[in-house]
Design a protein around this ligand. Sequence first.
Ligand code: FPP
Length: 263
Amino acid sequence: MFNKLLKRNTDLVLENVDRSVLISNEEVPAHIAIIMDGNGRWAKKRSLPRVAGHREGMKTVRKVTKLANELGVSVLTLYAFSTENWKRPKIEVDFLMRLPEEFLTTFLPELIEENVRVEMMGYHQNLPMHTLKAIKKAKEATKDNTGLVLNFALNYGSRAEIVDAVKDIATQVAAGTLDICDINEDLISGGLMTKGLPEPDLLIRTSGEVRLSNFMLWQLAYTEFWFTETLWPDFNEDSLLEAIENYQKRNRRYGGLKGDEVK
Ligand code: FPP
């Protein structure tokens, strides 16, 4: 619905959220990346086990995916499990590994209906078969969809990803199939798991933590950051709109100058 409105109007009033927010259609971020943090604290505040926070966080994933798709966002990358998260207690890791399956089992029909394409970036090794199977099924069922790309970062680590890209380049140089002079930014970008995706325009991290935690270190070079105290299970449509509104007021210069500044 919003996509159609976006095409027609310069500005769009979204009325199906708690407060009406005016967001400009011209600057909807093409790629939003989110570090979903604060599930454990959300649960602790309610004297619940940490995993209850993760389950509630899954509901937020659904809300945010739906709105991002309606707004015409092209890619939504969600940091669901890092290569460092294996250090957590086994009971929590096992629960987190069940969540993609639970999410996709519950919502796959709706995602198909909404034209969302499911993707995953991360290392397959160490992921349980049932997790991989659920993702594979969702990818297959949505592969021809042309709406939002819902990209789960699962067993993902940015430094490992960069090391792998460097190794691949070094192998090609050693084999004589690549000249050192031809190593450039595009080549490195093309060796990362985000190959083919636009770089994130907006990074959101919830829960008041202000760090990147090994997330998309290369890809975030010119991304606008939005940090909020809101815990991920409490993040909602309003929160996303607030982040986008703020993003739209930013002056992205990519290291250069704009308009009047060139004097
Ligand atoms: C960080 O919060 C969150 C995670 C490590 C897991 C994120 C996963 C979800 C939100 C659910 C994912 C859903 C799908 C569909 C894959 P934390 O546990 O570190 O919170 P804390 O800092 O308050 O302890």
